[in-house]
Ligand binder design. Structure first.
Ligand code: PHE
Length: 457
């Protein structure tokens, strides 16, 4: 029965909730827990939150719906999907396919760091990680240690992908996502009870317009849109791939709504955990709050060290981050595997092996970029930062822009609308969807692409 309903014969999600949790698993990741809180702290607290939420409900919704519909309609991996829509857009499929292939290896490197911290806290040695950052520095600077955790992390991701969509991804997501929600809510409640947390909550929730200029407004918009892309796993073929495994009679519109709400709530709660606790710990030091990458691996361990019960909270926190990261890297790997399977027409397991070897080889550049090759840079970036920059700041906005053009002006919005009305009677947000893909999304993409140049002048 199931095979008739899913687009891809023999593989696919077996339930609507399975699809929603797997896609939410992809969306909820390091971006929500580590990137979102520091961006909110950096770009004016409540103001950033407001812009982010408005964008998610309008623009993020339209793009996610578009990608999922493309996937379900074509039933193909990202390369095949763009080609099926319009032959001239086949190169766009390739560009979109490169994005997860670039992100997957370095995401697994960071995933390895998370697992290292998880083991350190579980073994009760969290205090070693606290302090000035020398623990982190010597860990990533130690090639064999960081390779070990990188390999462990890839192995965990690969096992799930090898098991397949229904038996691997769907099952694991149905278990991990509820656990993740419970852990997040639990730690958020705990941090709210810390002495002085109220001030931190204010810092997080109230808009801060100090020194606000047009340039800062542009940067805030670009940061919110960029974060939204990354967080909702857009413009990298993931939602096309997951959409292709979705059942035809499930409602696309409500599924996408649930996924974006899920993603936003977890990001919001992560902010409620991190901003107030760092605020209390640092006495409101803005530099610490906006520290970016070092926040999770350097500042937070010290924060846990200073809390009553911090060892346990730290262990639970890194478990939560590990779960969030795993479900995301699973979706990245699945997307790359689906491309390889379709291109070479070979079975899942050999495809997975090819992708694992690729991920190991490319990921090692990022691993070694902090140790033996730490003097090597590409255009001034370390390997990991370089991969992050070209995928997020350049390739993803181009893919999203071109996808909007393709849907709006080449195949027509009806392409998506027809697919939406397969699983439901009426497309409730049709007008919103049209305005977004035709006008708002392309303009926002251009803003993202030019902001780094304009604001640097
Ligand atoms: N959406 C994930 C996050 O918020 C990140 C991610 C990026 C996942 C790319 C898959 C692909 O962390």
């Amino acid at each position: 029965m199931k095979d008739e309903k899913t687009v891809r014969k023999g593989s696919g999600f077996n339930s609507k909730i399975g699809f929603i949790l797997a896609a939410a698993g992809s969306a909820v990741g390091l971006g929500n827990i580590w990137r979102f809180p520091y961006l909110a702290a950096k770009y004016g607290g409540g103001f950033f939150l407001l812009i982010y939420i408005i964008f998610t409900l309008t623009f993020g919704f339209a793009l996610m719906l578009t990608e999922t519909a493309i996937g379900r309609k074509t039933g193909k991996s990202v390369i095949g999907a763009y080609k099926a829509m319009d032959k001239r857009f086949a190169p766009l499929g390739w560009l979109a396919a490169f994005v997860p292939a670039i992100i997957l290896p370095y995401y697994c490197v960071i995933g390895g760091w998370v697992f290292k911290y998880l083991t350190v806290f579980v073994m009760g040695a969290g205090s070693e990680a606290a302090g000035d950052g020398s623990f982190f520095g010597s860990f990533i600077g130690n090639a064999s240690q960081s390779t070990l955790f990188f390999v462990i992390y890839i192995a965990l991701t690969a096992v799930v992908v090898m098991l397949g969509v229904e038996k691997g991804i769907e099952k694991v997501s149905k278990f991990m996502m509820p656990v993740l929600v419970v852990l997040t809510i639990g730690i958020a409640i705990y941090t709210m009870t810390l002495d002085g947390a109220g001030e931190g909550v204010k810092y997080y929730l109230l808009p801060n317009f100090d020194g606000f200029t047009i340039s800062k407004l542009l940067k805030t918009i670009a940061a919110a849109v960029g974060q939204l892309f990354y967080s909702m796993s857009l413009a990298m073929g993931i939602m096309i791939t997951y959409g292709s495994y979705m059942r035809k009679d499930d409602s696309l519109e409500s599924s996408v709504r649930y996924i974006e709400i899920f993603d936003t709530i977890i990001a919001f709660l992560a902010g409620l955990i991190i901003v107030p606790s760092v605020f209390v710990f640092s006495g409101g030091d803005a530099d610490k709050l906006q520290a970016g990458p070092s926040l999770m691996f350097i500042t937070l361990p010290s924060v846990f060290e200073s809390m009553a019960g911090g060892q346990i909270i730290g262990a639970v926190f890194f478990l939560l981050v590990a779960l969030a990261a795993l479900t995301s890297s699973i979706s990245l790997m699945e997307t790359v595997v689906s491309i390889v399977c379709e291109k070479f027409k070979i079975k899942r397991i050999p495809c997975c092996l090819i992708v694992i070897v690729f991920c190991l080889a490319v990921g090692m550049l990022s691993v070694l970029g902090y140790s033996v090759w730490d003097t090597v840079t590409i255009f001034g970036y370390q390997f990991l930062d370089f991969f992050d920059f070209i995928s997020n700041n350049i390739m993803m906005p181009i893919v999203a822009f071109m996808t909007c053009i393709l849907i709006s002006y080449v195949v027509g919005t009806k392409y998506v609308e027809d697919e939406v009305t397969l699983g439901q009677k009426r497309f409730k947000s049709q007008a919103l969807f049209r305005v977004m893909v035709k006008y708002v999304c392309p303009v926002c993409m251009i803003i993202i692409l030019i902001t780094p140049f304009v604001t640097n002048i």
